[in-house]
Design a protein around this ligand. Structure first.
Ligand code: IPE
Ligand code: IPE
Ligand code: MG
Length: 249
């Protein structure tokens, strides 16, 4: 399926965001505030994911994209990185069957080549198993970076178009890691920081941005509703005037 690009066409504006993309930040600070080790925050963070997935299903969101591990998170202490990897494995083991039973498709997006081969195999199996599911697509971005995505798509585009000199956005878009999804309508970052941290650089061109101080482990269905309510008050102009939007021209 080809989705309308926000720059080469004016996309439809759904009342409930069709695609929500979240930077799940603040796990470490959530734990530190409670005098717990950082990993306790990551464990709680997995529980918050469960709640938000369920809330998205109930609200009719079609795509939920979660930033779980950035290409820069390898810079963290080795111990935290390996704990995060183990948590990822257990979450896959525990959640995939449930997701499948609930008609949820799972995608893991990023440069997976750096992961343990066993984890890569688990990911491939989970994606294969849930590939036909239709209710919600959950994309987990792992070892993902927006710049990596643009570069890998560029390499593929060049290889697919030998001899071409002038490339277009339309030629690049199908090679981006999330070409199977429309651009996010709503971007949420928890944990109080107001930055993109190398998340979906290309795809966020016209997404509505929402920042909250809530730490990710505390992010609930109500928090999601607050973000959606904020989104519903935005006027998405895509470069046009407010008058044009009102007159639907
Ligand atoms: C987000 O929480 C989870 C990952 C980046 C893996 P953090 O671990 O970044 O939590 P803070 O920002 O240190 O509180
Ligand atoms: C962004 O959070 C990445 C994820 C949530 C996976 P970080 O905590 O790594 O971002 P910075 O370093 O504060 O920008
Ligand atoms: Mg952080």
């Amino acid at each position: 399926m080809i989705f309308k690009s926000s720059t080469t066409a004016v996309p439809d504006v759904p009342a409930v965001p069709r695609h929500v993309a979240i930077i799940m930040d603040g796990n470490g600070r959530w734990a530190t505030k409670r005098l717990l080790p950082r990993v306790a925050g990551h464990v709680k963070g997995v529980e918050a994911v469960r709640g938000v997935v369920e809330a998205c299903v109930l609200r009719g969101v079609e795509y939920l994209t979660l930033f779980a591990f950035s290409s820069e998170n390898w810079r963290r202490p080795a111990e935290e990185v390996s704990l995060l990897m183990r948590l990822f494995v257990t979450a896959l083991e525990r959640e995939v069957a449930k997701m499948h039973a609930n008609d949820i498709r799972l995608k893991v997006v990023g440069d997976l080549s750096r992961f343990d081969p066993k984890l890569q195999e688990m990911i491939a199996n989970a994606e294969r198993k849930t590939a036909g599911n239709k209710r919600l697509t959950v994309s987990v971005c792992a070892n993902y970076g927006g710049r990596w995505d643009i570069m890998q798509a560029t390499s593929k585009m060049v290889a697919a178009n030998p001899g071409v000199r002038d490339y277009t956005e339309e030629m690049l878009a199908p090679h981006l890691a999330m070409a199977y999804a429309p651009e996010p309508d709503l971007f949420i970052r928890t944990g109080g920081e107001e930055r993109i941290s190398n998340f979906l650089l290309w795809q966020l061109a016209y997404s509505e941005l929402y920042f909250t101080d809530t730490y990710w482990p505390d992010f609930s269905a109500d928090s999601l509703d607050a973000a959606i309510a904020s989104y519903q008050h935005r006027e998405r102009r895509f470069g046009r005037t407010g008058e044009q939007v009102a007159n639907k021209t």
